[in-house]
Design a protein around this ligand. Structure first.
Ligand code: AMP
Length: 192
């Protein structure tokens, strides 16, 4: 199996680049942000519970997102692999994911970390907010999300680095240029 974590701060291009990898390799896309937005849109109890946390730019509790991921892993038992997007966002989530994958006799192949300077992130997300109307894409919340990322999520890169699985990619350039950089790393995985 090819199991990838696509990693980076909010606005790094994780969703966009995931889509290209899915098209190329037929992986199942697991985005906890998308799952939580779907819960909010459906008006479920869980959606109501997380709404104010997401609007404040904070992280949802580990147990909640781990349960969402566990459910999807079970639902796609025959998948050729997964791309985890926006998950894991804490070291506790990364440990839980390792545990879930070990139970399924598989593991993370590698983490693709998109590196983008902070001011570029803010510019991209403010623009996305204007186009999509996503409630957490306003400058105040964007800055809070970046603080959360630096404090709680960056250590996840160190976690995978410790396993020899961290691949840093420059996340500035055209979508194609960045996609080509990622494709090079993925070719190396396939050759393994
Ligand atoms: P995203 O679409 O990945 O930027 O996620 C949007 C928001 O959903 C984040 O700012 C968090 O509030 C929440 N969220 C998404 N994924 C996670 C996660 N793995 N852990 C905690 N909160 C998350």
């Amino acid at each position: 199996m090819l199991n990838l974590v696509i990693f980076g701060p909010p606005g790094a291009g994780k969703g966009t680049q995931s889509q290209r990898v899915i098209d190329q390799f037929g992986l199942i896309h697991l985005s906890t942000g998308d799952m939580l937005r779907a819960e909010m849109a459906s008006g479920s109890e869980l959606g109501d519970q997380v709404k104010s946390i997401i609007a404040a730019g904070q992280l949802v509790r580990d147990e909640i997102v781990i349960a969402l991921i566990a459910k999807r892993l079970d639902a796609h038992a025959e998948a050729p692999g997964f791309i985890f997007d926006g998950f894991p966002r804490t070291v506790a989530q990364a440990e839980a994911l390792d545990h879930l994958l070990t139970e399924k006799h598989t593991s993370i192949t590698g983490m693709i970390s998109l590196v983008v300077p902070e001011e570029e992130l803010v510019t991209r997300l403010v623009k996305r907010g204007e186009e999509s109307g996503r409630s957490d894409d306003n400058e105040e919340t964007i800055r809070k999300r970046i603080v959360e990322y630096n404090e709680k999520t960056l250590p996840v890169a160190t976690y995978y680095q410790g396993q020899g699985k961290l691949y840093e990619i420059e996340g500035v350039g055209s979508i194609e240029e960045i996609g080509d950089r990622i494709a090079k790393v993925l070719k190396a995985f396939q050759a393994q």
